[in-house]
Design a protein around this ligand. Sequence first.
Ligand SMILES: Nc1ncnc2c1ncn2[C@@H]1O[C@H](COP(=O)(O)OP(=O)(O)OP(=O)(O)O)[C@@H](O)[C@H]1O
Length: 719
Amino acid sequence: MPVDDSATTIRAAIAAEQAFLDAASARRDRLVAHLADELRVPAEDPTERARQRGLRAQHAELTRATGGLVFGRLDGVDGTVRHVGRIGIRDDDEAADPMVLDWRAPAARPFYTATAVDPQGQARRRHVRTDGPTVVGVDDEPLDGSAGGDLVGEGALLAALNERRTGRMSTAISTLQREQDDIIRAEATGPLIVQGGPGTGKTVVALHRVAYLLFTYRQMAERAVLVLGPSTRFLDYIAQVLPALGETAVVAATCDTLVPGVTVGRAESREPAEIKGRALWQGALERYVRSLLPRPRELKLRWDGEFYVIGAGTVGQLLASAVQGRPYHRARSVFAEQLHQVLAEAVAEQRATLLEEMDEGYEDILARFRVEPGHDGRSSSDVDGLMSEEEIEELRDRIAADATIARFVESVWPTRDPQATLRTLLGDATLLARYAPDLTAGEAALVAAEVTGGEAALAGAEVASGEAAVVGAGPAGWAPSDVPLLDAVADLLGDLDDAPPPGGSVADHARRQRGWVYGHVVIDEAQELSEMQWHMVLRRCPTRSITAVGDIDQAEAAHRHAGWSEAVRATLGDRWTAAELTICYRTPREVMDLTAPVLRAAGSRNTPPRAVRSSGITPWTVETGADRLPAAAAEAVAGLRGRWAGGTVGVVAPAGRIAVLTAALDGVPVLTATQAKGLEWDATLVVDPAGISAEPRGFNALYVALTRCTQELGRIVVA
Ligand SMILES: Nc1ncnc2c1ncn2[C@@H]1O[C@H](COP(=O)(O)OP(=O)(O)OP(=O)(O)O)[C@@H](O)[C@H]1O
């Protein structure tokens, strides 16, 4: 199909697409009205209620889908015309093809992947640009080999990339590129790790993958998808994308906020963070929790004024059959149930023995008077008085409900609070040497000092769960690297009360339950995860249906993993699939050209990704003395804000300069590179780049700082 750029042809194309969009909008409105009518009828029975839940979801999806109702069109070589949009819209004739294809449907795939070399039966791809209900432009791309290039819908893509940034991530469903689409639609049967440099669309891919998976595998929505991001600021940044993609069965969290009831109360230095991130803790915690199990010993219980002794051998058997790989509290419940049973049987046996003795005494008396037993109708079988099965069961229930017996079980096998349990271990260098022997004495002492320093009163105060509130809230609080350890301990101990709290959506349930198993986990900035954080993820997704995106060159965390294999060896082994994103959509060529030496200084052998566009703005540098720094930064920011009015400006600086710069610069975010991770602005001012690179992992941090802008980069160097 020849390309005709003449204004008349374009006007005609716009008019045609406008007519189609109007028809699709009208159809959407009719569907919404029809669904609303159906939902007005009260549901009488469970089947109807289930059907209405489905209708309500459809209604919500259709109501939300205002922007991007139609954004693309595929013209097949066979003359078929199909439109692609944010959601599928059925035709009036239900048997016909859909009026608009959902972007996630298999039939929509050529929209993202067809090229001149591999046209997939398509003659032309058209991007339809809209502003609310109005079509404002079309970009046609012939797929017959008359035009080349490795970008899909280059015009629409560049237009999207050049838009001013709002501080909220928008969706890219109309301009996803082939390498991105391949990852979005990849199978979800095992861990997929995606390496991509800055601005290659890792976050875009991660979020669109969530939408794709929930659309394609409907059962995943029943277990929800977990999206793990690096910071709450980052989660705010992406917050609007998922609902816009039509997805609500999603829980967004950071590793610090993932465990219900646990809050990070303090920052930490790199060394303890690195030590506590190591995989060795998984084994150490398992050994420690195992050591808390009761040992076999004789037990003496009192019931109804009588003492009953259960021999150490029997207790040993009960313990062994209760534990069998169960978490501590689950095993405790099994043990308690068995103990109740054994006691009930012992009581029954005692009673039988007593009766037997009474019987024998009675026979003796009869013998003395030479009366044959049974003559008066009382035989031993008639008066055996043995407890029936039901009576023993009823007795067992009474024993189980008895407070004294409960206290006895607690004294033998105490319930434990995860926070108190972890605090006891971490605060005691001797325990650490025993259960975490891979730590050096110095490392164990460092970990212990963190707990005992300022919290000496609480060290060693392991208590039953009733007192947990006191112990859990130490004056200094938990550090980020403690959270995965707490999660591991909580998992090994198991929950005391596993009844799920009622009400709410799947996402609400998932958020409230530490032991929730998700259908899929998506991790952004995955290079920052420690081995123990990976363990925390795996516990939430035993099927390992995981997509992790990240850039090993942007890693700032305390661990020292040079590559993905090393980062996940202890947790995933070699059972994961690698993928790569190679094109930078955010940062202009002029800025990316500056980053190769920074990357080398960071010790990376990778090359920065290829920038897809140029801004035409040369990055600039201002030199100033330390005393003039705030004023120079204020001047520079004023200039950038003037040039990027209606857009966004951000400042990145070394941690030690944040306070003073924040005071001097009003109305712009002033962040460390760590805080700026994953964010972007039209213009970035990097203050004191040498100061950033002098921080631990500094060149990685500088690489992050330099790659945040979509248009203009300024640097202030301190002379
Ligand atoms: N296919 C696309 N169409 C339109 N915009 C895109 C596309 N891919 C990426 N972008 C845009 O490029 C920018 C960078 O994307 P994103 O933040 O996902 O990159 P990233 O790889 O996560 O970057 P970083 O590692 O720096 O956090 C965003 O503004 C995003 O909207």
